[in-house]
Design a protein around this ligand. Structure first.
Ligand SMILES: C[S@@+](CC[C@H](N)C(=O)[O-])C[C@H]1O[C@@H](n2cnc3c(N)ncnc32)[C@H](O)[C@@H]1O
Length: 162
């Protein structure tokens, strides 16, 4: 498969998982967390799908499209591992959906980062809350959910907090 095909499939998988996650939290009140603003693509999609929710964004350095920059009071600027304890103190356990889109191209480093973030994210995620991730995540508090139809296992990861 060409790198272009692979890129397109990854984005299709991401969009399908975001849409499925948005549907899965219909009856789970709470905020939405976006880890990795990047260009702002997934933030913009979540904002469109979940317009009534408070969406908080975590990012080290904002470089998104100007239309996709969250308001200051919804942005945790800095390293995830430094912002997460602050977010726990400020938001408590009130998250219905968390999206980790944190991959840097260094697979081992990205997976290590996801492992380091997971215990903190679990302190924010409510029971029945959904965690979607571009990195594999394993924790006994999480139940792996089937991916949307047509999405190859391993392209994206979808979990529900028990
Ligand atoms: C794959 S990009 C996100 C793409 C974005 N969701 C989009 O749809 O445009 C990953 C982002 O995570 C951020 N990031 C990676 N590691 C980080 C860390 N330890 N702390 C804060 N931000 C980090 C990077 O700066 C980058 O913007």
């Amino acid at each position: 498969m060409s790198r272009l095909d692979s890129f397109i499939r990854r984005l299709e998988a991401q969009r399908a998982c975001l849409n499925q996650a948005a549907a899965l939290i219909t009856d789970v009140p709470g905020n939405v967390l976006e880890f990795g603003l990047g260009n702002g693509r997934t933030y913009d999609h979540l904002r469109e799908k979940l317009s009534r929710r408070d969406i908080y964004v975590f990012e080290r350095k904002v470089a998104a499209h100007p239309d996709c920059i969250p308001p200051d009071d919804r942005l945790f600027l800095g390293d995830f591992l430094e912002s997460l304890p602050m977010a726990i103190r400020r938001l408590g356990q009130d998250t219905a959906l968390a999206n980790l889109d944190i991959g840097s191209g260094d697979e081992a480093a990205s997976q290590q980062l996801a492992r380091a973030m997971t215990p903190f994210v679990l302190q924010l995620l409510k029971p029945r809350g959904i965690l979607i991730s571009d990195q594999p995540i394993a924790d006994s508090a999480l139940e792996a959910l089937p991916l949307p139809t047509g999405i190859k296992p391993g392209r994206y990861f979808l979990h529900r907090r028990r």
